[in-house]
Design a protein around this ligand. Structure first.
Ligand SMILES: *Cc1c(COP(=O)(O)O)cnc(C)c1O
Length: 385
């Protein structure tokens, strides 16, 4: 069977061959436990992890001591939010976020709400954007933290991190960001943005699945987190469990590649995405763009199609690996929580399609996608709804 063209790079990405290459010796030759300090097997693994930590830190402009390796953004978000909120030293009980966050923030916030925290969900406009003035007004004496994503995984909208960070800093509240989609797609540097914590995964940027990091700024007063996992005390007691050396090495390699190739790659993705968008909008009527027209991820296109049976459309498009809404939310009968949060019409919510472009997509693939997609929409629209 010929596999479909992969256009679902917001869910996950193909691991770059150079990353796999870098990982292999750490399964086989250097298989020691990085916590074993009594022999060379452990030393080799430990030095690989520490060198990876330096590279990950370097990529975001952090210090190595500020990086905690985790299993990915879901865990990092949990550690940032629950770790801070449930710390015995924390007395504050209010959190600010939006309803367009990833479930790994939203469901943690809802859990905290059930545990007695108060949550303010900022109002979102049709582009998924909020008013910074409203954020400022939402922060109270009792506010512990603001958690707002760097870029939305469904509609691609990019939040003004510097502006948010400045407001939070001024008000003395912690600012956490879910940067899963931002890493490798846009500038993200904690030395120029005063954010306090950031979560990200390796696999959204051509690294292996199941690894990632939480950045925690070293500042005074110290950000005190309570660990989610107790055990052997790895990662400064914040994340017990044997470190996944091969994955961590691969994670660092993926960022080394991005550091080198990002300027060219993001421009290429932007051009491909614009080509796809123009191709679709040129040829079809009654198509609506979801997300911000300019402030959006270079590789994201999310559209809603008027008057179509989305299941019929997808079954016409088996040779394209697409997503409707979010992979994390698909299967939910209510449709995308993000599209709901931006107030999209019920009918357009159910007919949204997300294209997530990536490193391995070619111009030929995009041209093929345009012709297949526009052809399928016309065909399905002409049938009954
Ligand atoms: C993918 C994603 C996550 C979850 O990452 P995992 O690696 O699955 O834990 C969280 N937030 C955003 C914005 C994402 O895109």
């Amino acid at each position: 069977m010929k596999l479909p063209i992969y256009l679902d790079n917001h869910s996950t990405t193909r691991t770059d061959k150079r990353v796999i290459e870098a990982m292999l010796p750490y399964f086989d030759e250097y298989y020691g436990n990085p916590s074993s300090m009594s022999h060379p097997y452990g030393w080799a693994a430990s030095s690989a992890v520490e060198s990876a930590r330096e590279k990950v830190a370097d990529f975001i402009g952090a210090k190595p001591e500020e990086i905690i390796f985790t299993s990915g953004t879901t865990e990092s978000n949990n550690l940032a939010l629950k770790g801070l909120a449930l710390s015995p030293l924390n007395k504050k009980r209010h959190i600010v976020t939006t309803e367009a966050e990833h479930p790994s923030v939203l469901n943690v916030v809802r859990f905290l709400e059930r545990s007695g925290f108060l949550v303010t969900y900022l109002k979102l406009d049709q582009y998924g954007m909020f008013d910074p003035g409203e954020l400022e007004g939402a922060i109270k004496d009792n506010t512990l933290m603001v958690s707002l994503m760097a870029a939305n995984n469904e509609i691609g909208t990019i939040y003004p991190l510097s502006e948010i960070a400045a407001i939070c800093q001024e008000k003395g509240v912690i600012f956490h960001t879910d940067a899963a989609q931002a890493i490798g797609k846009m500038d993200f540097n904690v030395s120029s943005i005063a954010l306090d914590m950031a979560s990200f995964s390796a696999h959204k940027n051509y690294g292996p699945r199941g690894t990632g990091a939480l950045y925690v700024r070293q500042k005074s007063p110290k950000i005190r987190l309570t660990p989610l996992l107790q055990g052997g005390g790895q990662e400064k007691d914040l994340r017990s469990g044997t470190l996944n050396t091969p994955a961590i090495v691969g994670f660092a390699k993926s960022l080394e590649i991005s550091k080198e190739e990002m300027p060219v790659e993001t421009e290429r993705l932007r051009l491909l995405r614009d080509r796809l968008k123009e191709g679709i909008f040129r040829d079809l009527e009654d198509i609506y763009l979801n997300g911000h027209p300019e402030k959006r991820l270079v590789n994201n296109l999310n559209i809603s199609i008027k008057n179509i049976n989305i299941d019929h459309l997808l079954s016409e498009l088996r040779d394209l690996a697409l997503s409707t809404g979010s992979a994390c939310a698909s299967g939910s009968p209510e449709g995308s929580h993000v599209l709901k949060a931006i107030g999209l019409d019920q009918s357009l919510m159910k007919t949204s399609v997300r294209f997530g472009l990536g490193r391995f997509n070619t111009e030929e693939e995009i041209d093929y996608t345009i012709s297949r997609f526009t052809g399928a929409v016309k065909k399905v629209r002409n049938k009954n709804l």
